[in-house]
Design a binder for this molecule. Structure first.
Ligand code: TXA
Ligand code: MG
Length: 326
């Protein structure tokens, strides 16, 4: 990443344009969080409903005060341990934070991303007199698979994004853990790489599950992260049976698996992911995208273990299954 590319990105952000930004989780579609016209372009480019709030990305925790008020000590403690990193905190919004960013709610989502290119951009944007905040949802069309490479962003959004900064494949591969601290006690709005146990190690309590009154999170919609191809989940032991049935009826399958194919020369697109949750999460969206482009009639997902380490992956798979083929 050259300094000239960063300078160009900063100039575009200041001019109210959109920039594709690598983060350690997924690529974001960034705009100046203090510019209402720029933020409106995010919603237009994604086809995203206007009442879905955006995460504001900051160069460091010392910028929190410009965006949030009544920040509890716990927020600084979590920031100390996990920022820069894949954790988003929901806090009470400061006056002046755009309604378009918060979805009109009295809270705002904030995160310091752990990717060198994102951090360099955020720092340069702040130094150049920008607001210091870049609003960035995942850089996919609404409801679709989040991008984990710069090429995915171009594939999703084409000309709608002025520049996509190259940052390689995302290290984590699924979106940040979201913890709501706006009510005093931590609530887990979206599971991610940072586990409930890791949050509890700092907070002293496990984050609670969201209640019906919890703030809206589009990542919490049932159908999300979804391919256009229909998907079906099947237990490992029944995989062969389903694939044989599909073959006999002349339908082609792609398989998202974590076990070896049952025999050599198996006639299905077999996408083998690591059999542990960190590696699986890293590869998940690229694999789904590849299977979605493989020209198959059905994506068969081999069921994953139900143990707590798989929580975030299970969440993304469940939503992909709910939205697939739509
Ligand atoms: O890892 C990530 O968080 C990525 C990268 C680009 O940072 N971003 C991301 O953004 O996943 P997006 O817009 O796809 O998902 C952000 C989630 C949404 O579910 C949104 O509703 C929720 O954060 N969110 C943002 N502000 C919120 C608020 N004030 N209250 C509740 N949820 C909020
Ligand atoms: Mg998203």
């Amino acid at each position: 990443m050259s300094g000239a590319e960063i300078d160009r990105a900063v100039a575009l952000l200041k001019a109210g344009e959109l920039v594709g930004i690598p983060t350690e989780t997924v690529y974001g579609l960034g705009a100046d969080a203090a510019n209402p016209q720029a933020v409106a372009k995010i919603f237009a480019a994604k086809g995203r409903p206007a009442d879905h709030p955006l995460i504001v990305h900051l160069p460091g925790a010392k910028h929190l005060d410009r965006w949030a008020i009544d920040v509890p000590d716990l927020a600084y403690e979590l920031a100390e341990d996990f920022w820069p990193g894949p954790l988003t905190l929901i806090l009470k919004r400061a006056p002046g934070v755009l309604d378009a960013v918060t979805g009109g709610q009295d809270t705002v989502g904030l995160r310091v991303p752990g990717h060198p290119v994102a951090l360099e951009l955020l720092r340069a944007f702040a130094v150049a007199g920008g607001s210091g905040g870049i609003a960035a949802p995942s850089a996919n069309r609404f409801g679709r698979i989040s991008p984990t490479t710069a090429a995915h962003v171009r594939e999703e959004l084409g000309d709608a994004v002025a520049l996509v900064l190259e940052g390689g494949a995302c290290a984590v591969g699924i979106e940040s853990t979201i913890i709501d601290l706006s009510s005093g006690k931590p609530v887990l709005l979206r599971p991610g790489h940072i586990s409930p146990a890791a949050i509890a190690a700092v907070c002293g309590v496990l984050p609670a599950a969201p209640t019906a009154a919890a703030p809206r999170a589009s990542g919490s919609l049932e159908a999300h992260y979804a391919p256009l191809t229909p998907m079906r989940r099947v237990e490992s032991g029944r995989l062969l049976e389903l694939l044989n049935a599909m073959r006999h009826s002349g339908r082609r399958c792609g398989v998202l698996a974590h076990s070896q194919p049952p025999q050599a020369g198996f006639p299905h697109a077999w996408k083998m992911l690591p059999a542990e949750p960190v590696g699986y999460a890293h590869d998940l969206y690229a694999a789904l995208r590849e299977l979605d482009h493989a020209g198959v009639d059905l994506i068969v997902v081999e069921a994953i273990p139900s143990s707590p380490e798989w929580l975030a992956v299970a969440d993304r798979l469940r939503r992909a299954l709910a939205g697939a083929g739509a």
